[in-house]
Design a protein around this ligand. Structure first.
Ligand code: ZN
Ligand code: ZN
Ligand code: ZN
Length: 333
């Protein structure tokens, strides 16, 4: 029984993403909350949330759990795989953080926001930035290859270990050899300018690193900063203080894969490999109460108890001054 549950869990985490974009109706951005609903300083830089699900998406392939059923019945509850676009409205450039299996739908949303919809115009992202080599974070690169958009030297920024993984293993190596993509090395801790208004610093984080190491990003716009960490083993295992890192920024989009151990019966807590939302509420409670940093959870697993809009978990998150990130919402940076 225990063995079976473990296998089911691994299937959930590792293999569920294929095809999730095919069963998801496109989400109408107008129906979703936007940062513009709240008074915010207008800037020319946006972080557009393109997805908030764990690698397998919501609903997950073949899954009939309550959360997946809810999402199948009502498209407002579907969530694409975690990703954000950074948009410079002046230079008309967009950058996608993580190439997910849902990237076709996600790049449409960034293009729509930029008002780019004409044939023959430059429609590829200006660059892709990758956090790591798990399926929800890089496999969307396939759409830039020979069988897809067939881009020419699309800049793909990643760590040197991630770059070696792509150059040394098919089918990704073909993207490199045909020069569909051009790998650029990110150095953890070293700031990179994407435009004159957008820069980011990659931060190395602990995670299951079978194929690559893993990074998160601290992003700076014209006026605000955003911390993006979709996958991390735990806050304790990090060589940085998440409290200090969260206090440095205005918005933190953090790994909220699981709410609590109840959604993972029979699992060894020490081997979950993500900070539970319940733990993050405690660790970051003071930061949330101060109210200077908006803390939102992303990378939500389809089992996550907080996905129930009426549930206790969601109430607890809200009461403590946190919230779940939503697909389609925007932050003015
Ligand atoms: Zn992930
Ligand atoms: Zn499910
Ligand atoms: Zn991962």
């Amino acid at each position: 029984m225990k063995k079976m549950e473990r296998r089911e869990f691994l299937n959930t985490v590792l293999w569920g993403a294929a095809g999730s974009s095919l069963i998801l109706p496109s989400v109408n951005l107008k129906k979703l909350p936007k940062s513009s609903d709240k008074p915010q300083e207008e800037t020319s830089v946006l972080a557009q949330v393109l997805g908030t699900a764990q690698d397998g998406g919501i609903p997950q392939i073949g899954c009939y759990c309550r959360n997946c059923l809810r999402a199948r019945k009502d498209a407002r509850f579907t969530r694409l795989v975690s990703s954000i676009a950074l948009i410079d409205l002046i230079e008309k450039k967009y950058f996608i953080l993580d190439a997910t299996p849902d990237i076709r739908l996600q790049s449409d949303k960034a293009l729509a926001r930029l008002g780019i919809d004409k044939r023959g115009r430059k429609n590829a992202p200006d660059a892709i930035l990758l956090t790591h080599a798990h399926i929800g974070h890089y496999t969307g690169l396939m759409f830039f290859g020979y069988e897809g958009m067939s881009t020419q030297n699309l800049p793909v920024h990643c760590t040197s270990r991630m770059g070696r993984f792509l150059s040394d293993n098919g089918p990704w190596s073909q993207l490199v050899s045909l020069e569909n993509i051009s790998l650029r090395t990110l150095h953890p801790g070293k700031e990179l300018s994407l435009t004159s208004r957008i820069s980011l610093t990659p931060l190395l984080v602990p995670h299951r690193n079978e194929y690559s190491d893993t990074i998160g990003f601290r992003i700076s716009g014209e006026k605000k900063k955003l911390l993006y960490i979709p996958d991390i083993q735990s806050w304790k295992a990090w060589n940085r203080s998440i409290v200090e890192e969260a206090e440095k920024v205005d918005i933190a989009l953090l790994d909220g894969t699981f709410y609590n151990p109840e959604e993972l019966p029979g699992r060894d807590l020490s081997k979950i490999g993500h900070p539970l939302i319940q733990t993050s509420l405690k660790t970051l409670g003071k930061v949330a109460q101060k109210g200077q940093t908006q803390i939102c959870f992303t990378h939500l697993n389809h089992t996550n108890l907080a996905l129930d809009p009426e549930g206790e978990a969601r109430k607890e998150i809200t009461n403590r001054g946190f919230r779940l990130a939503s697909d389609g919402e925007e932050f003015s940076l």
